[in-house]
Write a protein that binds this ligand. Structure first.
Ligand code: GLY
Length: 406
């Protein structure tokens, strides 16, 4: 339990850590990767403006320089600690490690109650999952295993998917229906991890069943995805496919497709089942075919306002990261090279003056779109764009190092 006294002392400790982080991060030697160095600089700038670990940066509106902060319950809460872990992985400074640890610990209360939705995987695996990968801290492992069990309680075996939103969401039937959104694919990574690290085998089975059910029900014949599928809770039958964040029910929402690409690539990594590798390529190929020339999607591929519609750099960053992994999985060498080339070009574009925030604000990237239909975070800097951007930069660096040594 967190008492007021423990929270107060925690804030004081965190403040000290943040000061250390600000000092130490600059000790990263000159040289290295220019884009990763840029990320370290931007993270330092953000850290210097934070006063406690309960302020989690989420987005910066177009025209503003101020982060909008959220608390640990927000679906994006894991991306800032996760970004710190990736920055630490590159810069290896004690200050960044301490800051990443403090912000990760701020998410611990997430496992003290039932899951409020599927986003628990995003929240804990992007943050504490990376922390555990880099430190093997047993406290992180314990939180991750508890979170996986909590998330698994949202699985409906009749339907074969995890319930994404156990609450009323405008336009989505509730309470009699079971909804599943494409974004939910990403949360399966926590379940796969837990099943390999002391958790139940049933977590693996739930993740595979969710991926399979989604594959059958949440895509059109051209492999573009529906954002939301609504199922009959009692019979498990698919009732309808609709959108929530996209343009309309039949459009291809860019980030939804990005989650599908990233999700099925990850599911193949975890299962080594060919059907998922084949599917990952199909959902990728329709996305690549429909991209504009600079490889950064408009927020929805079917917006009639294109080319004047807002872009979504977050989708581009998610896909760049996924494509780097997919390029190591496909055995057709020409196709593998094509995926890698596309990913590198996406990263080049995201790293250009047009997309990097630089002196405009303290985020890494500009021009992401969060929730266009409700007017939220349009053409903004958004923390998950930064998270997947630095993840992709690190994946590329590792691939380059592997290629050089082989
Ligand atoms: N998971 C919510 C989104 O992608 O905006």
């Amino acid at each position: 339990m967190y008492t007021m006294k423990s929270i107060r002392s925690y804030i004081i400790v965190a403040g000290a850590i943040l000061m250390i982080a600000g000092c130490n991060a600059t000790k990263k030697e000159e040289g290295g990767d220019a884009n990763l160095n840029y990320c370290v600089t931007q993270v330092e700038k953000t850290l210097s403006g934070l006063h406690n670990t309960h302020q989690l940066p989420r987005s910066i509106a177009n025209g503003s320089t101020q982060w909008r902060f959220v608390g640990y319950r927000d679906w994006t809460s894991g991306f800032w600690p996760g970004t710190l872990w990736y920055t630490y992985e590159y810069a290896k400074t004690g200050g960044l490690k301490a800051a990443a640890d403090s912000f990760s610990q701020a998410l611990y209360p997430l496992v003290d109650s039932a899951a409020i939705d599927h986003d628990l995987g995003f929240q804990v695996f992007c943050s504490i999952g990376n922390g555990y990968r880099l430190t093997q801290n047993a406290a992180y492992k314990n939180i991750l295993l508890r979170a996986a069990d909590t998330l698994s309680k949202l699985f409906n075996p009749k339907v074969g998917t995890i319930l994404s939103w156990p609450r009323e969401v405008p336009g989505v039937d509730w309470p009699l229906r079971h909804n599943t959104i494409m974004d939910n694919m990403i949360n399966l990574e926590l379940l796969f991890w837990a099943s390999k690290n002391g958790g139940s085998r049933s977590l693996y089975d739930i993740a595979v069943k969710h991926a399979e059910t989604t594959m059958h029900n949440q895509f059109r014949p051209d492999y573009s995805s529906y954002h939301v599928v609504v199922y009959d809770t009692a019979t498990g039958k698919r009732v309808k496919a609709i959108t929530h964040q996209g343009l309309n029910d039949s459009s291809m929402w860019a980030r939804g497709q990005a989650w599908a690409i990233y999700g099925y690539t990850m599911v193949y990594r975890e299962t080594k089942e060919e059907r998922f590798l084949d599917f990952a390529q199909k959902v990728t190929d329709i996305y690549l075919q429909r991209l504009p020339g600079d490889l950064i999607p408009y927020w929805d591929f079917d917006d009639p306002a294109i080319p004047d519609a807002p872009r979504d750099a977050s989708a581009a960053a998610i896909v760049a990261s996924a494509l780097l992994e997919l390029s190591t999985q496909v055995r057709d060498t020409a196709k593998a090279k094509a995926y890698r080339d596309k990913a590198e070009k996406m990263l080049q574009e995201l790293s250009s003056e047009k997309y990097q925030s630089r002196d405009t604000n303290d985020a890494f990237l500009l021009h992401s779109t969060g929730h266009k239909p409700n007017g939220g975070e349009i053409d903004a800097s958004i923390i998950y764009a930064d998270y997947y951007y630095i993840e992709a930069l690190l994946r590329l660096k590792k691939l380059q190092e592997t290629n050089q040594s082989s």
